[in-house]
Every structure is written in structure tokens, then in C-alpha cells.
Design a protein around this ligand. Structure first.
Ligand code: NZQ
Ligand code: ZN
Length: 390
């Protein structure tokens, strides 16, 4: 059953090999002052920086730059960008990079004209957005987060030791995003794998909730199937356009809110990973992979029918002669095998976690869950299992 819902996503997508040729026309509706936000240098190495600067010049824009945004962007970087927006009366923040750069651009957008401390207001107290926001747009270079078509912004506050995500109203979504799968060819294999697991995790966080006959679940299954098939091709052949284009669109579809309609959703794996990330600075998708296996082993009995459906439909587990629990567990084993296919670690030890960190990480995780709420003791147990995993 589909419950009542309102769906609104304002991002215009330009997709494909020629997508950048639309940049000039896309820029036309914004004023002349652009803040270009990017990461630690990948866009210069792949020649995208000069191509974008050329388009911006042709469109008559005055460009201010914020370079060096970190993977897992920091609040201090947000504040630097917010100051640039105010000083230069910026009309458009153009993010060129992966999810971290786009998330940082959105955070700058909501913080620039915020009265008081934006971190406290929006990422701690979750207050409604009440100040002016500056338009954001993106040119995506790495598939994973779907930040290119959503209003989420995940920021790490180093001083507080907290990594926190906030979903803002639709006005914070990029106004347009340019998606050329060829830009992702140069993403290092580990980052590509991390992005792929992030996409799968977004799909699973929505899938593992509810039991009714819901169109969203069929969309989620289709996307999982396409993603896993394309991931296997891209692992062998990183410049396979068909695989890379499928992965890129799967990423966007997995968290542009369309597959989540009428779903209660889980997001506890993400809640745990974000705190792991605050302590270890690990790649987001790699953290999700190591946490997902013990997490799903811990909760599968609470959503047994859905875990059976996942095992048989997504990983082709043969149900004959097996109990429901056996089928469900075999599905989780296949998921673990997929993590290994991606060459991602199964233990959070390999991501820099120490045994001493685990209680502190568990203490700051936001409690939630898809089939039931977990206690803090259960979160700690999952972290310990993820730590001991081989
Ligand atoms: O810093 P640069 O030089 O740009 O290098 C990046 C970075 O080192 C590199 N890279 C990106 N495109 C490349 C490339 N290298 C070579 N060629 C290219 N074409 O890849 C590294 C990782 O980039 P990053 O942007 O950090 O990765 P990702 O897209 O996975 O973003 C992760 C961040 O997004 C948050 C995560 O928590 C994390 O902070 N998330 C945001 C969400 C959202 N907005 O909805 C949801 C997600 O669940 C997630 O939490
Ligand atoms: Zn994610």
C-alpha cells in the first residue's frame, strides 16, 4: 500500500557525455557572482577545472574559489565558504566534485546568512530553516551519495567529534546537476567500491522496513540488481561507459527520495557509520560495508520475510529445503561476499577503529531502526562484532 505522500525534487539533471555543454545555458538564470567549491585537486588532474572555468568565463561570471574541501567535510571549511559568500555577495555556489564537496556547498548555502551558530541551529537542534539560502548547483565527479539530487548535507564538527547529517527543505537541493559518467573513470578503485557500497546501502536502508506490497520496494530491487551487475563490470573494466553510466544513475535514484516514498526506512547503519567516520575519518561507503553485515545479522529475525525476499530476489539464494532463517542468513552471507568482491574490509579495525573507541562511538550514535529501535548496548555489540570480523 502507498500511504499519502508529497514528492518534490527541484533538481534539473543534465546527464551524459555532452552534459557539460549545457553549463552555460544552466548558468543563465543566476547572477554574475559564482563561488566555485572543490576538493583536494582531482578536478584539476582530470582537466575538469579548466573546462569549467572556460564555461564560466564564456557565461560572463566572476569566480571566487574555495579549494581543498576534505572528504568528510569539516564545519571549519563551511565557515570559510560562508564568509566568502558574504564578502563577495555570491549568487550561485557551484560544487565540482563528489558528495563531500556538494554537501559542503549546501552547508555554506544555509550558513552564510544564518544568525548565530549554524552548526548548533541546524545540525544539533534541527531547527527549521529560517534564513536566506544561496542557490547551489553541482558538477558530479564520483557516484555514491546522491547529494547531486537531494537536500542532505553531512558535516563533521571536529571540535565536537560529531559527524551529523541534516535533510534540508527542497530549496537546498542543487538547482541543477551535471552528471557525466566519464568523469568517474579516474576515481581510485577503493573510492569507487566505497561509492558502490554507499549506493547499495541507501537502497537497503529503505528496503529493510515494512512488509506491505509497495511500488517503492520493486524500484529498490530493480536498482539493486542493476547496481550489482554494473559494479561487477566496472570492477573489471573501470572505463566501461555502460556500467559507469548505470552506476551513476543508480546512485542518484537511490537517494533522490523517489524510492523512499511511503517507506518508514531504517538508516541505523548510516547513523553508526557517521560516528565511526567522526572518529576514524574512514571512507563513508567502506564504513557502511563493515557495519552492515553484523547489523543485518543482528536484526534479520525482526524483518524475516523481507530478508528472505532480499536473499532470493537480489542474490538468487535457492530456498528449497531451507528454513526461513537459513535463507535469510545465506542472503546476508552473499552480501558479505559482495563486500569482498569490492575488496572492501569486513572489519572496522582495518578502517582505523580501536577497541577503546567503540564505547565512545556507541555513546554518540543516534538511536533508530527499521524494524525496531535498537538500544545503545545493541549498537555497542554490533560495533564489537564489526571490530572482530575477519
Ligand atoms: O578531494 P578530491 O581531490 O576531489 O578527491 C576526492 C576524494 O579524495 C576523490 N574523487 C572524487 N572524484 C574523483 C576523485 N578522484 C579522482 N577522480 C575523480 N573523478 O574521491 C575522494 C572521495 O570523495 P568524497 O566526495 O568524499 O566521496 P563521496 O562522494 O563518497 O562523499 C562522501 C561524503 O558524503 C556524505 C558522507 O557521509 C561523506 O561525508 N554523505 C552524503 C549524503 C547526502 N548528501 O545525502 C548521504 C550519504 O549517505 C553520505 O552520508
Ligand atoms: Zn550513504
Amino acid at each position: 500500500m502507498l500511504n499519502d505522500f508529497i514528492f518534490h525534487n527541484p533538481t534539473k539533471i543534465y546527464f551524459g557525455r555532452t552534459a557539460l555543454s549545457h553549463l552555460k545555458e544552466a548558468l543563465a538564470e543566476f547572477g554574475p557572482r559564482v563561488l566555485l567549491v572543490y576538493g583536494k585537486g582531482a578536478i584539476k588532474r582530470i582537466g575538469l577545472y579548466s573546462a569549467v572555468m572556460k564555461e564560466l568565463a564564456a557565461a560572463g561570471k566572476q569566480v571566487t574559489e574555495l579549494a581543498g574541501v576534505s572528504p568528510n567535510p569539516r564545519y571549519s571549511e563551511v565557515l570559510s565558504g560562508a564568509a566568502l559568500v558574504r564578502e563577495n555577495e555570491i549568487d550561485l555556489i557551484l560544487a565540482v566534485g563528489g558528495g563531500s564537496v556538494i554537501d559542503c556547498a549546501k552547508a555554506i548555502s544555509v550558513s552564510a546568512y544564518c544568525e548565530g551558530d549554524a552548526w548548533q541551529k541546524y545540525w544539533v537542534d534541527f531547527r527549521p530553516l529560517e534564513n536566506r539560502v544561496v542557490a547551489v548547483a553541482s558538477i558530479l565527479t564520483m557516484a555514491g551519495t546522491a547529494s547531486e539530487m537531494n537536500s542532505g548535507s553531512v558535516i563533521t564538527n571536529e571540535a565536537a567529534g560529531i559527524k551529523e547529517g541534516r535533510v534540508f527543505p527542497p530549496e537546498v537541493c542543487p538547482r541543477f546537476s551535471i552528471l557525466n559518467p566519464e568523469y568517474t573513470y579516474t576515481v581510485p578503485k577503493y573510492q569507487m567500491a566505497s561509492g558502490i557500497f554507499d549506493i547499495l546501502s541507501h537502497l537497503m536502508e529503505q528496503y529493510f522496513s515494512g512488509e506491505d506490497d509497495n511500488t517503492s520496494d520493486y524500484l529498490l530491487e530493480g536498482l539493486m540488481e542493476s547496481l550489482i551487475r554494473s559494479a561487477r563490470v566496472a570492477l573489471r573494466e573501470p572505463t566501461d561507459y555502460e556500467a559507469r553510466s548505470n552506476i551513476m544513475w543508480c546512485a542518484t535514484m537511490a537517494l533522490n527520495y523517489i524510492t523512499g516514498v511511503s517507506k518508514t526506512q531504517d538508516w541505523e547503519v548510516h547513523g553508526i557509520e557517521h560516528q565511526l567516520g567522526a572518529y576514524t575519518d574512514c571512507a563513508h561507503g567502506a564504513g557502511l560495508a563493515a557495519i552492515s553485515i553484523p547489523y543485518y545479522r543482528h536484526i534479520y529475525k525482526d524483518g524475516l520475510h523481507r530478508f528472505i525476499r532480499f536473499a532470493t530476489r537480489i542474490f538468487g539464494v535457492c530456498p528449497e529445503g531451507k528454513t526461513g532463517e537459513e535463507i535469510a542468513l545465506e542472503g546476508i552471507d552473499r552480501l558479505r561476499d559482495f563486500v569482498s568482491e569490492l575488496s572492501l574490509p569486513l572489519s572496522i579495525r582495518a578502517l582505523g577503529a580501536t577497541e577503546k573507541m567503540l564505547p565512545r562511538i556507541a555513546e554518540t550514535v543516534e538511536l533508530g531502526g527499521g524494524y525496531r529501535f535498537l538500544s545503545r548496548e545493541e549498537i555497542l555489540k554490533i560495533l564489537q562484532d564489526a571490530y572482530r570480523a575477519e
